[in-house]
Design a protein around this ligand. Structure first.
Ligand code: ADP
Ligand code: UDP
Length: 238
């Protein structure tokens, strides 16, 4: 499978057409941004890590009943995926308070929840991805109630599966963001799941092993991504 015309260049990935109109190629970059693009940088080796990590974990989701866009890993940075129409919602699941949740609600980072939470942000860079609820999403025709129910079901399932995998790697899954898309009227998991889109804390030391190292200038960014990848590869790699 070969890349044809570039359709889109995002903050972390490029998206290309292929000869098959149902299939795209996503190409992961080392570019990193935070705070809605205000902070920019490079995390060397990130493209390779996020591509391969995302594919390893998406395969487990598939096996456990969550349909995904994954078709085939083509190279260390490139993957063929089913072309979806993205539901313009960032779906965020949290197991432990951190980041914007802690700020908004005055809850200290690290407080474990009795139950996981779900929230939706409207994917709109100009507006800074504002927090919305399901009624807003339906009112604005971003998704139907039926789609919202499917998204909720898959998102909590992804949480249960990913939480266990990461725990087996000595990492606590604090929170994460996923995206869904429509593929021939079916809702499937799209985009990625990687240290760019998750908060992962080392079980023993509570050290942050994710993009917060970049966001908060904590240093050791590349090393943290490498460490997470090596643990996941040991756990899930063929
Ligand atoms: P952003 O758009 O936020 O800068 P990226 O750099 O990750 O993000 O760009 C990848 C883009 O591709 C995102 O807009 C994402 O919603 C979209 N995307 C991810 N998977 C698919 C897919 N299977 N089909 C179509 N679009 C996808
Ligand atoms: N997240 C993401 N992309 C976004 C916003 C959030 O991948 O555009 C992830 C983020 O890495 C974290 C989770 O979603 O794992 C919750 O993020 P939060 O709302 O706390 O936002 P932040 O602290 O990044 O402002």
């Amino acid at each position: 499978m070969e890349k044809r015309e570039q359709l889109y260049e995002g903050k972390a990935k490029k998206v290309f057409k292929t000869d098959d109109e149902d299939i795209l190629i996503v190409s992961y970059k080392d570019d990193a941004t935070a705070f809605n693009g205000e902070k920019k940088g490079t995390i060397s080796g990130k493209g390779v890590i996020n591509n391969q990590m995302s594919n390893l974990i998406f395969k487990v989701f598939e096996k456990n009943g969550v349909p995904t866009h994954l078709v085939e890993e083509l190279s260390p940075t490139d993957t063929a995926v089913k072309k979806v129409s993205i539901v313009p919602l960032e779906v965020i699941i949290r197991n432990v308070a951190a980041g914007s949740f802690s700020k908004r609600l005055g809850v200290p980072e690290g407080k474990e929840f009795k139950e996981p939470t779900i929230e939706f942000s409207y994917k709109n860079d100009e507006l800074g991805d504002p927090l919305i609820n399901a009624y807003f999403a339906v009112a604005l025709e971003l998704a139907t109630w039926e789609e919202i129910e499917t998204i909720k079901k898959y998102a909590f399932k992804v949480n249960e599966i990913a939480k266990k995998i990461y725990l087996d790697c000595g990492l606590k899954l604090i929170d994460f963001k996923i995206e869904f898309g429509r593929y021939h009227d079916q809702i499937i998991l799209a985009d990625e799941m990687s240290p760019d889109t998750c908060r992962l804390w080392d079980v023993k030391t509570n050290e942050k092993m994710d993009k917060d190292r970049f966001r908060r200038d904590l240093g050791g960014v590349e090393e943290a991504y490498e460490e997470v990848f090596s643990r996941i590869k040991k756990e899930l790699g063929e």
